[in-house]
Design a binder for this molecule. Structure first.
Ligand SMILES: O=C(O)CCC(=O)C(=O)O
Length: 257
């Protein structure tokens, strides 16, 4: 698949702050599902970072990040070809990978409160993220919802770093169901949220984030800073801490044991 976008697609992204592309064909989607399973099966100790949540079905993996150095397939997929080409088209200049994560949202997994990503992403002004659907994402299993045209500014936040409730209530939320292999591209200031996985099927998704190379290649400093901030701050214990804002609603495993 090519990362070349039409003028209309780029205009839609600039106008709405999000865009859906058909990134992968059937075979590529199957390969992605195999790779995600390989990451899911990695042991706890490694340079990669696994996070778990408590669900009504027991503890489950909710996120892995920092895995491209440990997986050649993902390293190539996220730093060469269609993904970085599409990111470059949308940023209007050469893109570089800023961070990467897989959100598993396995059966019973928790959703995310309404937020913009930008307050959690250090050092860079403009980031571009995307959700590559590994499994079909539906309302029932916790697909994303986004707000159009609200990516020009940071919105008022609550004490968790999420969007203030009065602002959330006043915005129109658009549900984005995706087929496996489709990608939702969104600006780091595009408001988004997602529900819990109330279905009986897992909803795994890959989220690479890019920035313009002219702002610097800051992936390693981002992860060093994130780990430092996790160490320095007190975790309040009611939610699993996966981000520098408290957008994830998952319960910590130890809390329930
Ligand atoms: O995977 C999801 O359901 C939402 C993820 C999200 O909003 C995030 O990781 O910032």
């Amino acid at each position: 698949m090519s990362g070349t976008l039409t003028k209309e697609q780029i205009a839609q992204f600039n106008d709405l702050g999000w865009l859906i592309t058909q990134t992968l064909d059937r075979d590529q989607t199957a390969a992605l599902q195999t790779w995600v399973q390989e990451i899911q099966d990695l042991p706890d100790t490694g340079p990669w970072l696994h996070y778990r949540e408590q669900t009504e079905h027991g503890p489950k993996l909710c996120r892995t990040e920092y895995f491209t150095p440990s997986h050649e397939g993902f390293r190539q997929f996220l730093t060469q070809g269609v993904m970085v080409e599409t990111a470059s088209s949308l940023l209007g200049e050469q893109a570089v990978l800023y961070k990467e994560k897989i959100n598993y949202k396995l059966v019973g997994g928790a959703g995310y409160s309404p937020h913009q990503d930008a307050p959690a992403y250090r050092f860079i002004d403009v980031h571009l993220s995307c959700m590559v659907a590994v499994d079909d994402a539906t309302v029932e299993n916790g697909c994303l919802e986004v707000v159009s045209g609200k990516h020009k500014e940071i919105l008022p936040m609550d004490e968790e770093g999420c969007i203030a409730q009065s602002v959330v209530d006043a915005m129109e939320w658009f549900t984005v169901e995706l087929k496996a292999g489709q990608t939702l591209w969104f600006h780091s200031r595009t408001p988004h949220r997602s529900g819990d996985n109330n279905s009986n099927r897992d909803r795994r998704a890959l989220y690479p984030t890019y920035n313009a190379l002219s702002e610097g290649d800051l992936r390693e400093p981002y992860y060093a800073q994130k780990l430092q901030e996790f160490q320095d701050s007190k975790n309040l214990g009611k939610k699993v801490r996966v981000s520098l804002i408290n957008d994830f609603r998952g319960r910590p495993v130890s809390h329930d044991q």
